[in-house]
Design a protein around this ligand. Structure first.
Ligand SMILES: Cc1ncc(COP(=O)(O)O)c(C=O)c1O
Length: 418
């Protein structure tokens, strides 16, 4: 068998298991509408939760001072445009941390976790954490302990059972003094607890208040990937930790600017020392090109809009956060009332289907009736827990949501789900 037929065979198996993925032609109109494969549909799978990506003010500001497409260099060489520094200062203020560090994507910002852990470290990772966190765990030499989803008691058990003697104690066989990557002079194992803020596929929030207290008790570093809660939740829209009153217990915040901020790129916020350390150690910061300044300028403008909370859309002024929360409630209540099994509590609304084939049929039938949402399947979620993942935004209006609920109801009945 040559490699091409091996690949074809694997793809055939994926198709057989209803796990095949294919690309579609998607032309975004705004966060609530798109033309997909030539047909205009209500978009329910954008991460542009506040509708800022198509905002004219953001676009105009981003291109106003544009003199090049990209810096074509890494940050430590010639890529450190002042717009990135200005953005980092604003993101640090936004997160109430000493400093922030911008990465080209949120995925790469998550891989910073790998730089924080050495072979003596233990990472405690929520079982539903995003692939970018899982990849960070795979990239480093730390021991990985997976705790049950959002289960604080299970996390405590793992923290307690792994209270081992320090690796540098005489009884320990491993030595930290010989490896270049080890934490010299450090006498205890570093423990890092990592969780998402709003879980991307389940739409629930991490119990950051309790997890934060536990981390203090066990002297563990708490890292939160708040890609989906940042710029939305909390009184000042600083994210899930603010919403939970747990900001002071979070040591490192990781986030994406390609979701509620409607822009592109990722960032890490933390202490001065943490950021200096990442500048010197984080391979996804060092060995790649800088985020183009264009995106930094867009993010600066979008951040200002997040603070003000108001945009103009189709001639009307919209309070984006209020609209997003209201739309979330309308869609969740209506779908639950129809009898669908929903997970979570946020603007990410997973409608549980179960079987992969039924989920694909469901998504195809939604599309036939003008609603575009994805069937999320294994390996993104566990086998047999396929779901239609809806993400509502501030730009959806009542008529759109009513149409979505009517179509869901019709398809749900046709497939004997409700
Ligand atoms: C929880 C979570 N973390 C990180 C990322 C990666 O962010 P980005 O799209 O900016 O690379 C995603 C993207 O979907 C995500 O859902």
């Amino acid at each position: 068998m040559n490699y091409a037929s091996e690949l074809r065979e694997e793809l055939r198996e994926l198709a057989e298991q209803n796990l095949y993925r294919r690309l579609r032609d998607v032309r975004i109109i705004d966060a609530s509408r798109a033309i997909v494969d030539g047909r205009e549909v209500i978009l329910l799978c954008s991460n542009d939760y506040l509708g800022l990506s198509s905002n004219k003010e953001v676009i105009d500001h981003a291109i106003s001072k544009m003199s090049s497409i990209s810096q074509c260099s890494s940050r430590l060489i010639a890529g450190n445009d002042p717009a990135l520094i200005e953005l980092e200062n604003e993101l640090a203020k936004h997160k109430v941390k000493d400093r922030a560090l911008v990465y080209p994507t949120g995925y790469m910002a998550c891989l910073a976790i790998a730089a924080l852990a050495d072979e003596h470290s233990i990472i405690y990772s929520d079982e539903l954490n995003h692939a970018s966190i899982i990849d960070a765990c795979r990239l480093c030499k730390a021991s990985i302990k997976v705790f049950k989803h959002n289960d604080v008691a299970n996390l405590r058990e793992l923290l307690t059972s792994s209270s081992s003697p320090s690796p540098s104690s005489p009884s320990s066989s491993s030595s930290s003094s010989t490896t270049t990557n080890s934490r010299r002079g450090c006498s205890s194992r570093r423990r890092i607890v990592v969780t998402e803020g709003v879980f991307s596929m389940d739409g629930d929030m991490a119990r950051l208040d309790e997890i934060g207290r536990l981390c203090r008790e066990y002297d563990a570093m708490l890292v939160v990937d708040d890609a989906h809660g940042d710029f939305i939740y909390g009184k000042n829209h600083r994210g899930t930790a603010e919403h939970m009153g747990a900001e002071h217990d979070v040591d490192v915040v990781i986030s994406s600017m390609s979701k509620a901020l409607g822009c592109f790129g990722g960032y890490v916020a933390g202490s001065n020392d943490m950021i200096e350390y990442l500048i010197n150690r984080s391979r996804t910061f060092i060995y790649t090109s800088a985020l183009p300044a264009l995106f930094a300028r867009a993010a600066l403008k979008a951040l200002k809009i997040v603070r003000d909370g108001i945009i103009e859309h189709e001639g009307k002024m919209i309070r984006v956060h209020d609209r997003l929360i209201a739309n979330t409630r309308i869609l969740r209540d209506a779908l639950a009332e129809k009898g669908f099994n929903l997970k979570g509590s946020t603007h990410i609304i997973p409608v549980l289907i179960g079987d992969e084939k039924v989920a694909i049929d469901f998504a195809n039938m939604l599309f036939e009736h003008g609603v575009f949402a994805q069937a999320v399947r294994y390996p993104t979620v566990a086998k047999g827990s396929a779901r239609i993942r809806l993400s509502v935004t501030a730009l959806h209006d009542e008529h759109m949501l009513k149409h979505v609920v009517d179509v869901f109801s019709m398809v749900g009945k046709e497939l004997n789900l409700i």
